[in-house]
Design a protein around this ligand. Sequence first.
Ligand SMILES: [Zn+2]
Length: 98
Amino acid sequence: MPVCAHCGRTWSYGTTLKNAYHITKTCPFCGRENYDSSAITLASILYFTLPIGIIFIFQLLVDMTIKQFFGLLLFLIVVMLGIYPFIAKLSKERVPYW
Ligand SMILES: [Zn+2]
């Protein structure tokens, strides 16, 4: 679980998940703003786009219906969101994506 870059307290799974898609992540303990660290920002981009790319390639190799395709896509999105709090890291300052 991520640790606040200001007060050093560990965020809960739910708090991290709730802030997953926010650029500015407000600490529930000290109220100060945190951002994704530079390492996790680039990793997040790969983490969220790579599996989707793999599904598209997999879909070309295996005959899938549109329901199966979107079912698999939805399943992977839920799994990736479920894992996100365990890999998230916070920074005091906003860093560029590259
Ligand atoms: Zn804090």
